[in-house]
Structure formats: C-alpha cells, structure tokens
Design a protein around this ligand. Structure first.
Ligand SMILES: O=C(O)C1=C[C@@H](OP(=O)(O)O)[C@@H](O)[C@H](O)C1
Ligand SMILES: C=C(OP(=O)(O)O)C(=O)O
Length: 409
C-alpha cells in the first residue's frame, strides 16, 4: 500500500489518541505468563510482534515463524531451549535471517542448551531441542543487543538454580534490561543488577497477579514529532501512560523540550503541548538507551530546520533494516544535508525541502511512522505503509483522527 499524506487543513491540532500497549512489555509479560499460568495481562499490544509471540508460545513442535519480531526471536530462543520435550525451528522474515543471535545461542549452549544453525552460523533459522538447563552461570557480550540478556533473564526464574549473568563490555539499551528485571520483581522473582553482574533467583510458583501493560512510548514519539512540527498552542492527549514508566523511551518528555514540546501528566494521560521553541538551533543526544526514537528525532530536526548530532546508534544497523543507511537515503531525497557513520548521525541545516518525495520504508515500521509527521511541512508518499503493523497497526487511522489526509494511491 502506497499512501499520499498531507497536512490537516487546520495545523492547530487538538485531539485524544489511545495508543496500544508497549510491545516490549507485552512480549515479556507473555513469556512470563507461559511460564506461570496464573499471570493475567491487561492492555496487551495489538501489534504483529505481540501476535506472533502469542502464536509462537503455543507451538510444541515444528516451525515457529516470528516474521520481523526481534523480541519474539530472542525471547523464544531461551524459552524453547529450556522446555524439555519441545523441539522447534525458530525462523522469521528474510531480514530476521540477517539479524545475529550468536551471542545468545552461545550463552545458552554454555548453560547446556542444544541449538544448531539451519543455514548460516550465528543467524536464524535455528533448531532448538528443549532440555533441562543445569548450569546457572554464564558471561556474554552486552554491547550488541540487550535482547539477548532480557531473553536469558526472562527464562531464568524457571531454571532450577536461577541464573547469574556477567555482562562483558559496554552495556547497550540498558532501560530494556531494567524493564525485564522490574517485571520479574512485579511477579515476585528476586533479582539484582550490580556493576556487570545480574542475578535472578529461581521461582517455582508465583501468586496470582495482573500485569498492566503501559501504552507504548516509542509509538508516542510520532506524536511528539507531530506536536513539535505543528503550531504553537497545539495539544495532543495520549493514553494510557504511567508517570513512573518502565520504558526508556519515556525520555521523550525531556528530549522534546528542546523542540518546544511540553508534557503534562493528567491522570493516566499525557498531554503534549506546543510552546515557543528555545533559542538553541542545534541538539546533541546520546541515544544508546533509547535507540528506537532515533529516526523520529532525526526527522523532527529536519522538519524544524535544526542541526543535530545523534550518537550511541551502534545498534541501528542490525534492526529491521540498517536504519542509519535508510535515514541517510530518505532524508537526502527530501533535501537534507546528512552524514552517518556506523554509530552516529549528523544533520546540517539545509534550506531545501522537496515536495511529494516517495519515502521507502525497508520493511521497517519506524521508517514509515517517523517520516509521517513531516507531512505537516511538505506532502509526501509513504511506500509499503502497512509496515506500521509491526508495532502500531492503527497508526494511519489515528493520524486521520488528527486531520491528516492520507490517500491510498
Ligand atoms: O528488549 C526490547 O524489548 C527491545 C530492545 C531494544 O533492542 P536492542 O537491545 O537490540 O537495542 C529495542 O530496540 C527493541 O525495539 C526492543
Ligand atoms: C528494533 C525494534 O524491534 P525488534 O528488535 O524487536 O524487532 C523496534 O521496534 O524498533
């Protein structure tokens, strides 16, 4: 589906949007629920990634296809490795077969798991024969993806002796590890994270508990961008959020003050309000703790004609697409002056803003959603717009609620 997207006739925006549950919290909660059946979940994400996770967890034997869902691929690897009697092949989309899992597979093998590669060493598809994992200590590199660590931690309480992880190197995407540990704490699993060591105690049963998933902050980022690019006085209310969030992307509240967006909590909603911009016309952010909002921020800066220097982006090359290359290509098409390395991005001021550019999305939901707010500045096309369903299936419908005009062409 190719969409042509243009601005609302009134760019003084006023609306309420209900955003689906965090896919990160959902997929963690689902895995814990598979281990402890008396966990219930509220505000589960309606995303493709949560759907494939639910389907995957039901399979006992055979092929589990998790499409583009990185969390499902990584979380299910430890889960199936520790499930005696189950034997599965975990696979996914073409891109998933290019996203590395070696660090996780090797850590699990050291714990006693039986996992083999079906095609290329280090990458899915992988064949897993579930076994009792008897070892309880392992070290692994922590600078490639935090999902490997969360994967081990989620399965840890079901192991006979729990788990002790030693993280080697600079730890990336730390808030996601803390989210995993916080959810373990919520269900009563003891854990600690001191220096480079994480310990999780075993737990046979948990008390009945209802996990309430907060709505997705990464999805909220597109509204931060929309408000940043709209008229002073615009206001969008998002629900349902918690003032003490487990999601690292809630840092948007601070970062977007640089773009004239104020955030206020009213009950379980956040109100985003556009105020006068600060004088500073350049931002520098280290996003190693919030990699999923890099695309949103780069596009906001371009739309506002601001310079930016984003660092800590070393994980972006192995996500749904090489996001650094994708940003470079698509922002250049629009007229940006941009340079990228394998870990940072620099946007210089450019006076060009091309009209009706067709944005390619590279099977990456965040490419589609990050560029959409730019329609407030110039009409554009979005190719393969359906990719948004990976995390936010209602995205285009919600933009229409704000008055954006989207036409399938
Ligand atoms: O654990 C999680 O839920 C996630 C961790 C992050 O990945 P990395 O740790 O690979 O950066 C993030 O990009 C992804 O969208 C979700
Ligand atoms: C990187 C992402 O997802 P995953 O790694 O779970 O596929 C994302 O949603 O931006």
């Amino acid at each position: 589906m190719k969409l042509h997207l243009s601005a609302p006739s009134n760019t003084l925006l006023q609306n309420n949007i209900q955003i689906t549950g965090s896919k990160s919290e959902s997929n963690r909660s689902l895995l814990l629920q598979a281990l402890y059946s008396n966990i219930s979940i509220e505000n589960l994400s309606n995303s493709d990634d949560a759907e494939v996770m639910q389907k995957g967890l039901k399979i006992e034997n055979g092929v589990v296809d998790i499409h583009h869902a990185g969390t499902a691929m990584r979380f299910l690897t430890s889960y199936f490795a520790s499930q005696e009697g189950k034997e599965v092949t975990l696979t996914g989309s073409q891109r998933m077969t290019e996203r590395p899992v070696k660090v996780l597979v090797e850590a699990l093998q050291e714990l006693g798991a039986e996992i083999t590669y079906e095609k290329n060493e280090g990458y899915p598809p992988i064949r897993i024969k579930g076994k009792k994992l008897n070892e309880s200590k392992v070290s692994l590199p922590a600078n490639i993806s935090s999902q490997y660590i969360s994967s081990l931690l989620l399965t840890a309480p079901s192991l006979k002796n729990g788990l002790e992880l030693e993280l080697v190197g600079k730890i990336t995407s730390v808030p996601y590890i803390k989210m995993t540990l916080a959810l373990l704490s919520q269900i009563g699993v003891e854990n600690s994270f001191e220096g480079n060591t994480i310990k999780v105690s075993p737990k046979a049963n948990v008390a009945n508990i209802n996990l309430v998933v907060e709505s997705d902050w990464s999805s909220a980022s597109y509204y931060y961008s929309i408000v940043a690019l709209s008229d002073v006085g615009s206001e969008i209310t998002l629900s349902a959020y918690k003032s003490s969030s487990l999601q690292g992307d809630s840092v948007l509240q601070e970062l977007y003050t640089e773009f004239g967006v104020e955030t206020q909590f009213v009950g379980n909603t956040v109100v985003l309000r556009k105020v006068e911009m600060p004088k500073e016309q350049k931002v520098e952010f280290d996003l190693s703790n919030a990699p999923d909002i890099a695309q949103t921020i780069a596009v906001t800066c371009f739309g506002l004609g601001m310079e930016c220097h984003l660092t800590g982006l070393h994980t972006l090359k192995i996500k749904e697409t090489d996001r650094l290359e994708a940003l470079h290509t698509e922002l250049s098409k629009l007229g940006a002056s941009i340079s990228v390395t394998d870990k940072d991005l620099t946007l210089n001021v450019s006076n060009t803003l091309n009209v009706d550019v067709a944005i390619d999305t590279y099977n990456d939901h965040r490419m589609a959603m990050a560029f959409a707010p730019l329609a407030l500045k110039t009409p554009l096309f979005v190719n393969d717009a359906e990719v948004v369903s990976k995390s936010y299936p209602d995205f285009w419908r919600d933009l229409e609620k704000l008055g954006f005009i989207s036409k399938s062409v």
